[in-house]
Design a protein around this ligand. Structure first.
Ligand code: ZN
Length: 347
């Protein structure tokens, strides 16, 4: 069932550099629809479909933000570093899953209780290095039997539904993009007059690394990154800060990170907006001051690759639980499929 695959992807364990659980799910699906599925030295998963001369790359990053065990203290508490951009406030008292060599164990993020804090301490945001993970170990020795320095940590999987079209989950950034890419590959015909590469990229959250090496290798004529973006439809966000809403269609990026990220090629921008209009697919324009996607590095590869970014607007991304509207996911699948078909028809 469709929702089952999104759930599986969101619940999978995969911080940057440790994406293999996600890769397994993606590989299984891509093998059903593509001719060739392979991985490269950085763990990027590359699937190929179609026979045309012109090459198109779709990139969806598989990694999620998370933590990594840094130290085990004498009492058996674990300290950690952050992998990717996480607000310290989002960490407090969360349940986490630590992936060890043998199994996955649950931990609780703790800190000094407010009751014991001095009034000055109470007002400040607690830094991540003042927190620890409690795995219920009695002492260092017992903790060391269960975890090792370097074990990757994610927020506890929590996928679920809020209303008819609204869902929530861990790592919706960017397992939604992964899901969209899988479905686009399923939709495209084997006979398409293009060679389409679907790439599950690695290490996006820590510097767009997988996409960088993969774009160089594939050297496509055009590329699309599929990701998530920040919706501004919650209290206290002004329309001037973000006017994106969930349920109003995919976001077509014009400029990311105030121009430091991708600046969408006019040809791609026109292709996406025109295709949306022709197929009556709702869409929103995304001009954003913060945040970058794989698109930012792909478009700077070699002599420059015209690149577009399609995003699903989400609430609370980079926290333990994000919220999205399933209609936006389906509309993004439709818009990207139709846009790639349009490129193939124009050749
Ligand atoms: Zn992302």
């Amino acid at each position: 069932m469709k929702m089952e695959l999104i759930r599986q992807l969101c619940n999978a364990h995969g911080i940057s550099g440790y994406e293999s659980d996600v890769t397994k799910i993606m590989e299984k699906e891509l093998k059903k629809t593509c001719v060739k599925v392979e991985t490269d030295n950085l763990g990027n998963l590359i699937a190929t479909k179609g026979k045309g001369k012109k090459k198109i790359m779709i990139a969806a990053h598989m990694d999620e933000i998370g933590l990594m065990i840094k130290h085990i203290d004498d009492q058996g508490f674990l300290s950690f570093i952050k992998i990717g951009g996480i607000d310290n406030r989002a960490l407090m008292n969360q349940r986490v899953h630590i992936k060890t060599k043998k199994t996955t164990i649950t931990g609780i993020i703790g800190s000094k209780p407010p009751h014991l804090q001095k009034s000055k301490e109470k007002d400040k945001v607690i830094e991540h290095d003042e927190m620890f993970i409690d795995i219920g170990a009695k002492n260092k020795k017992e903790a060391e039997k269960r975890v090792e320095i370097g074990d990757p940590v994610i927020f506890e999987p929590n996928y679920g539904q809020l209303s008819k079209e609204t869902y929530y989950g861990k790592a919706i950034d960017n397992r939604l993009g992964c899901y969209i890419m899988l479905k686009v590959m399923e939709n495209l015909s084997d006979k398409i007059n293009l060679t389409v590469y679907a790439v599950g990229t690695t290490q996006e959250e820590v510097g767009l690394k997988g996409a960088r090496v993969c774009a160089f290798r594939l050297n496509p004529e055009y590329a699309f990154a599929v990701d998530t973006t920040i919706a501004g439809d919650t209290p206290q966000i002004k329309k001037t800060e973000s006017s994106l809403e969930i349920g109003k269609g995919p976001a077509i990026t014009i400029t990311e990170a105030s121009g430091r990220g991708v600046v969408t090629h006019p040809r791609i921008r026109e292709l996406l907006t025109k295709t949306a209009k022709e197929n009556k697919i709702p869409y929103q324009m995304d001009v954003i001051e913060g945040g970058m996607t794989d698109g930012a590095i792909i478009y700077l590869t070699r002599e420059g690759i015209p690149t577009g970014v399609l995003s699903v607007p989400c609430r609370y991304i980079h926290g333990a639980t994000g919220v999205f509207d399933i209609r936006d996911v389906n509309d993004t699948i439709k818009l990207l499929t139709k846009s790639i078909e349009k490129i193939s028809e124009s050749i």
